[in-house]
Design a protein around this ligand. Sequence first.
Ligand code: ZN
Ligand code: CU
Length: 487
Amino acid sequence: MPALSQCDTLIRQAQVINGASLQMTIADVAIRGERIVAVGPALAMQARTAIAADGLTLTPGFIDTHTHDDTSVIEAPEMLPKITQGVTTVIAGNCGISAAPVTLRGAPPDPMNLLGGASLFRYPRFAAYVAAVNRAQPAVNVAALVGHTALRANHLDRLDRPALPREIAAMRAQLQEALDHGALGLSTGLAYANARAATAREVLALLRPVAAAGGVYATHLRSEAHAILDALREACELGRAANVPVVVSHLKCAGVDNWGRAEEVLAFLGPARAGQPIAWDCYPYAASSSTLDLGQVDERVRITITWSEPHPEVAGRTLARIAELWNLPQMDAARQLQPAGAIYHGMSEQDMRRFLQHPATMIGSDGLPHDPRPHPRLWGAFPRVLGRYCRRERLFSLPQAIRKMTWLPARQFGLHHRGAVRAGYFADLVLFDADRILDAATFTRSQRPARGIEAVWVNGVQTYGRGGMTGHRRGRFLPRAPIQWTQ
Ligand code: ZN
Ligand code: CU
């Protein structure tokens, strides 16, 4: 086949894990233009660039299923925290918050402030956001959900009440515009004060156009603590009633009183999954991070303040220490710190491992790129799964780990021709040293690139390598495509 004899890049003799299967094979992978054109044991092809990859592992680029990278893909298009982990696609717009479609009146309401200050919300229409992403040409591909809290903030005068029928109609029209321009679906964050008053009916009304468009529903559950099973039931019922696939975000049992409940949660999700399309993601840490929530202040949990608008000087200290310095109960100190960001060491490592280990669990970092002292998951989630939980602790095999970060998310979010190393697929690839790969970001030094990533290609172009960024960025906005659900 003479048409196949030339390619742009030939990666030779890597241990290839294709994402879709649990096999590992030594193979050559050829890239031409944006796509993989051939995969085989020994390809007889001429290449402009040939890479000897003996001893290294080549897999599909990682898909970060849960991000808050909405504005960073435009403001910091090199996307260093992600590309240095081997991430080639991010899903933005999670937890009910998105950069678009948004028209603010004043400061972004909690937790939309996690996406940045008011000046970064410049996209009253989703189409404008898509254009801005493509103009910025980020290092990674971007697919995006529309946040329910963002829609509420556009149309409700106050967020502590359910939306009125005319407000629901207005939110729906905006959501429709977004779906028409390729939004993946809707996300909600019903645990947050600014969305909590929304009824299931309000959400269901918004899921109708999502279902009609073939989109997905991502939910930061109404409760991840005591009432988690009720919250899961609500999410499943919404999915069934609207006939949309559900993705449960950052699956966890939060709060000391709920430690040890992972089995109970999985015992609910297992049978639920047999009856309807339901998926979930998880990050590999026993600490969460978000804005400072008074509902999660608990003297038994170590809480680190990462930023505070009225008291920037205390950032990096624990709430316990601040309360001691101020001679106040922690709850009163927390009130004075608002608005603020926090890391909560409020999960059991055992529960987190159980969730991580489940074969249906996808990996999502939930990293917060605008946090001045971010939780280490922003820079470390994927290498940590591979180095700590796969290689060292053997929670799963390497191909199983790769599947969680490539094939599964590509199926569950409808990212066509991504998530596998196959001829015809987009050449989103990562080459790494499976014996060395490890996160370097810690809770004290959280902005450090991982070790062991050798090279990353996005849409056929090498973007990152041993020498750092190559200077070529080829990411783009990925519009929604029909979802081919994988059980
Ligand atoms: Zn969330
Ligand atoms: Cu999130």
